[in-house]
Ligand binder design. Structure first.
Ligand SMILES: [Zn+2]
Length: 76
């Protein structure tokens, strides 16, 4: 296997389908699902996947990203 697995949202609307795709970087389906679940994707037992907005996922707190340019530079 050479390709990493992407998750595709399986939500279908009246006018089409959700185009959200998650690049997981995983090489096994289980790993891809686990990676998706960590960021709010919903994985159904039958293998269908839904992106966070489609699955009703609403983060209560925004993710905190700490940016550090160099080691030891966090002291201002
Ligand atoms: Zn979606």
């Amino acid at each position: 296997m050479s390709a990493c697995i992407t998750l595709h949202c399986d939500q279908q609307w009246q006018y089409g389908t959700c185009a959200t795709v998650l690049w997981t970087g995983a090489r096994a389906v289980d790993d891809a699902h686990a990676a998706g679940a960590r960021v709010g994707w919903r994985i159904l037992p039958d293998g269908r996947t839904y992106c966070p907005p489609c699955s009703g996922y609403k983060p209560t707190t925004p993710p905190v990203v700490r940016l550090r340019s160099t080691k030891g530079a966090d002291r201002v």
